[in-house]
Design a protein around this ligand. Sequence first.
Ligand SMILES: Cc1ncc(COP(=O)(O)O)c(C=O)c1O
Length: 364
Amino acid sequence: MLGEGEERAVIDVLRSGQLSLGPRVEEFERAFAARVGAHCASAVSSGTAGLHLALRAVGVGDGDEVVTSPFSFVASANAPVYERARPVFADIDPVTLNLDPDAAAAAVGERTRAILPVHIFGYPADMDAFESLASRRGIAIVEDACEALGALHADGAPVGGRGHATVFGFYANKQLTTGEGGIVALGSRELKERLDSERNQGRAPDMGWLDHDRLGFNYRLSDIACALGLAQLSHLDSMLAARARVAALYRDALASVDGLTLPCEDAGGVRRGWFVFVVQLPRGVDRDETVRRLVARGIQTKPYLPAIHLMSFYRERFGHREGEFPVCEDVSARSIALPFFPEMSDAQVERVAAELQAQLERRS
Ligand SMILES: Cc1ncc(COP(=O)(O)O)c(C=O)c1O
């Protein structure tokens, strides 16, 4: 939903001549931090870059372990690997599809340096449980909220405001987009200084252009992107509401489809930040064939998400096999993402629901 506000904001930056390392970066960071209730934030070139810097900032390094979910986009597992650390997977909760706190606790060992819960499909992870585990075991938390902008915890506080490094992503399909981009919400100025330096080739803010006092990367987000982000932040509530409207339409339209598992309902004050609408087909249905038939009928669905530990890189590098995380594998084998975008009309949602129902009835 890009409108005139976005166009004007980008044109202003183009006219200013300062396309990067300019004032929009800090403006966007401040506005974003205020929105999620964080102390400060550091804008970066992608969610993946944010995860990488956040893990470095909490001290994850060579030989460490990071406990995380196998039911996520691959970037959350890849990020520890960049630092020669090992992602240690633990199974997920069958209802929320988030990392199961008991399974995570059982996976924590001597080498665990951090827990990396993912707020999958925008549904908040059980942070109370992870915080208590982290403080018992003296380990850090990095939150992957790349899919969860707009989500609220049970106490009404936004995801991203609990003081842990929390990473959001702004790729084109996200609630707020800068085309590519991300931001790390942070609980302290000290962490921000480290991230700001490492995203900018390791240069401290008060150093000369070609002086660098640590290893860094080019993970900067341009002023053009930040201007786009700022403009969208000003109407984020209506963008989130548009997504919630489509989700509610799907819920109604699919309520009577036998055996289908819908995304879990918001419980106990928690609110999902709607990102995708993923359903689990009944056991015994050929998921891939159903997807093929729907695509042939013009409905753009896809199997989603694949279990990370069963991807070839993870099998080969870490020796993972089927059967290790049964809940994740079962959910992953039955899940499909339905078409989901904020401007979807009632009729489009109804057509998807009718086509899906027809495919499921074919087999009975
Ligand atoms: C859960 C999760 N983590 C990490 C990422 C990575 O974000 P990006 O694509 O901005 O690098 C994504 C993005 O799709 C995501 O969905």
